[in-house]
Design a protein around this ligand. Structure first.
Ligand code: C2E
Ligand code: CA
Ligand code: CA
Ligand code: CA
Length: 276
């Protein structure tokens, strides 16, 4: 009936309105979170498989909300993308990481590198390259030391555009890493379609390396191809000694995971690894 239709339309508007209000709230919360220093970074060591020395760290964002507690980056990065403030959060993260890392590891022979996760929308935004170039100039960190981690799903639909962006980033001396390799739809042949410096083997394969022949075989092929293309290989989520031993024997370059360390605060990173 007409009354029912009208009723459902009102209900629909009401729901839509609620959703919009909720997004406004989250947007405000996230903006406030930035000003309030609720968003901060932890740093997880990446260790040379052969020498067991610290080579680099991956910056991982945390949101500690005063009422809601800690919110996982898997959740708030997604929200930030959806409501369109990923650019601000991403730039905040980028600047904070550069400042942090320069403060505990100044330029020089033993300077460590740092990897920063870049979300697809952030990568594709028109002024991304200029903004991060400006930031590194202003802060004074060498761009060779910065690796940008991007995931496979970024490029599938916009291969040409991604190619241009990554090529320009490399011209400006940033390094590019392919994150979570093996979890998307990509094939091994895809590795040389874009100018990656590094490949990160996803945790799910590393997890199974000592128990599944398929996982081991897959990791072997990823390592062989990466090596042929001159790319650095990083294994993610290494938790056990047996995994490390096998990755070492297969020739994986860097190890990241709880076996060595979980993500650390800047001061713990400094005290544990970087103090002279
Ligand atoms: P990711 O880039 O794949 O990061 C690795 C995740 O694995 C991190 O989770 C890390 O804490 C966790 N991890 C490290 N070693 C181990 C291990 O040995 N075992 C297990 N089970 N887990 C391990 P986290 O910190 O919760 O981050 C989740 C995801 O959120 C990241 O996945 C990344 O995609 C995203 N993320 C984090 N920080 C940022 C950021 O600043 N910007 C963007 N765009 N995304 C971020
Ligand atoms: Ca990552
Ligand atoms: Ca990853
Ligand atoms: Ca991930």
């Amino acid at each position: 009936s007409k009354a029912e239709l009208k009723g459902s339309a009102t209900f629909y508007n009401y729901q839509l309105n609620e959703q919009i209000q909720y997004k406004y709230l989250l947007e405000e919360e996230l903006r406030r979170a930035l000003d309030n220093e609720e968003i901060f970074l932890l740093y997880q060591p990446q260790i040379d498989t052969k020498t067991q020395q610290l080579i680099a760290v991956e910056a991982l964002a945390r949101w500690e909300h005063p009422k809601l507690g800690s919110i996982s980056p898997d959740d708030f990065i997604c929200i930030a993308e959806e409501i369109g403030i990923i650019k601000e959060i991403g730039l905040f993260v980028f600047r904070q990481v550069c400042t942090d890392i320069l403060s505990v590891s100044p330029a020089g022979k033993n300077a460590i590198n740092v990897s920063i996760n870049i979300s697809p929308k952030q990568l594709m935004s028109p002024d991304f390259i200029d903004l991060i170039t400006q930031a590194t100039d202003e802060i004074g960190i060498d761009r060779h030391r910065i690796t940008l981690e991007i995931t496979e799903n970024v490029m599938l639909n916009e291969l040409e555009k991604t190619y241009d962006i990554l090529t320009e980033l490399k011209k400006r001396s940033f390094c590019i890493s392919l994150d979570d390799f093996g979890t998307g739809y990509s094939s091994l042949s895809y590795l040389n379609m874009l100018p990656f410096d590094e490949v990160k083997i996803d945790r799910c394969f590393v997890n199974n390396i000592t128990i599944s022949k398929q996982s081991k075989a897959l990791i072997k092929s990823i390592l062989a191809i990466s090596d042929a293309y001159g790319m650095i290989t990083v294994a993610e989520g290494v938790e056990k000694k047996e995994q490390l031993t096998m990755l070492h024997s297969l020739g994986c370059n860097l190890i990241q995971g709880y076996y060595f360390d979980k993500p650390l605060t800047l001061s713990t990173l400094h005290n544990t690894y970087l103090k002279q």
